[in-house]
Design a protein around this ligand. Sequence first.
Ligand SMILES: Cc1cc2nc3c(=O)[nH]c(=O)nc-3n(C[C@H](O)[C@H](O)[C@H](O)COP(=O)(O)OP(=O)(O)OC[C@H]3O[C@@H](n4cnc5c(N)ncnc54)[C@H](O)[C@@H]3O)c2cc1C
Length: 431
Amino acid sequence: MRRVVVLGAGLTGLSAAYHLRQGGVDAEILEKGGRAGGACRTVERDGFSFDLTGHLLHLARAESRKLLGSLGVTRALRTHRRRAGVALAGTVTPYPIQINTYRLPREVRRDCLLGFVEARMKPEDPAGERATFAEWVLSRFGEGLARHFFFPYNRKLYCTDPGELTTEWVGRYVPRPSLADVIEGSLGLYRKPVGYNATFLYPRQGGIQLLADTLAARLPDLRLATGVRAVHLGERELVLDTGERMGWDTLVATVPLSRLSAMTVDLPAELCSAAAGLRAVGVVNLNLGVRGPAPRREHWLYVPEERFPFYRVGIPSNHGEVAPAGCHTLSVEVSVPTGVTPPADLAQRCFTGLSELGLLRDRSDVEVVEQVTLDPAYVIFDSARPGRVAALRDHYRAAGVMLSGRWAEWKYSTMEDALWDGAAVAKRMAP
Ligand SMILES: Cc1cc2nc3c(=O)[nH]c(=O)nc-3n(C[C@H](O)[C@H](O)[C@H](O)COP(=O)(O)OP(=O)(O)OC[C@H]3O[C@@H](n4cnc5c(N)ncnc54)[C@H](O)[C@@H]3O)c2cc1C
């Protein structure tokens, strides 16, 4: 019988093993962490439940509900209508900003409207598919929205100039309104739900860990605290942190492509340099358990302005039972270049920024601080990425390694995608 090993027990690896098992193939899962879930884990501290960063379940595919039903988690999840805002120019306006400029100061609103109208009057998409993200934003949204929101926000998120980014990832994630929508939005008249995240699901109790725990409970061959330190493609062999060696016939790799490449001992030199050129940012997540009622009713706020270190602040207790009575939680996200240690004064700068935005009344209200760094967190889509990823993917595939999931495939995707990425691998391996 062929031996199938899954590397990593995040949602992709768990889903791959689950679907393989459904198809009659038993796969061993090796996970270096002490708990399954990867980026979708929840840490419990002093009565607070903190997801490693805000994790809300957005479902774009009808069959996802069926999958959740067959896992028996549907009733444990509650559907929420998004309440999100953009904190800009001393105020908060609803998200998406392009159809909600009405709360912004008049000068900013004028810039956004004028820019949008001017962009509409120009010939569409001068750079076509080869447009950079910066060109794409200017041609679709105009100079005002670019300057006030899209450029500073994405520069902060990706620690990269928007002119260096491509547009492959924008797809369903950046809603594009009509002129009528934008005008209605400037008057506060736009009411329809919009975007891939207009609604989302979240566990009724506790954090997003529920999804991983549900899958893990169905997988007897899950080995936690079992890190892999080396991969030999030629011999089809793994070396575990303990020194144990393990062979495979098919390896499903869900760990970041950069890390997999670094631990592959017999990767050809040109592919090592392709892997070294893969770019990403890490995210420092500062989770706070805070005394008192939540400062606002939004689920999260985007924060584009450069003077604030964070690009987004979530208020998870506004959608989940994640804080003791009389308390709330804040989830603060800061991007850092990959591999870079966050500055020592980062938490302090975040507290100052939160106070300035009215999100933290008093530093002494903070009961618990839980800081974690996810690295890589966001892949940087530059023009070299597709070629580098394809070369690595093809080489691994020829050696019996299937790359699956957000970081193994070096892409932008969601938890729902992770569930289906894992399912797709299992389908491809069906006997
Ligand atoms: C800041 C941020 C916010 C996000 N918010 C959302 C959201 O709101 N909604 C949403 O749907 N998605 C969100 N996502 C995306 C979501 O986190 C991913 O799509 C999903 O977690 C991908 O799961 P994965 O299994 O592919 O990867 P991971 O979760 O990274 O799983 C990989 C696993 O491999 C293990 N591993 C690594 N190296 C080794 C090794 N050497 N040996 C053994 N095991 C190893 C890791 O410990 C990990 O458990 C967000 C992502 C980020 C970064």
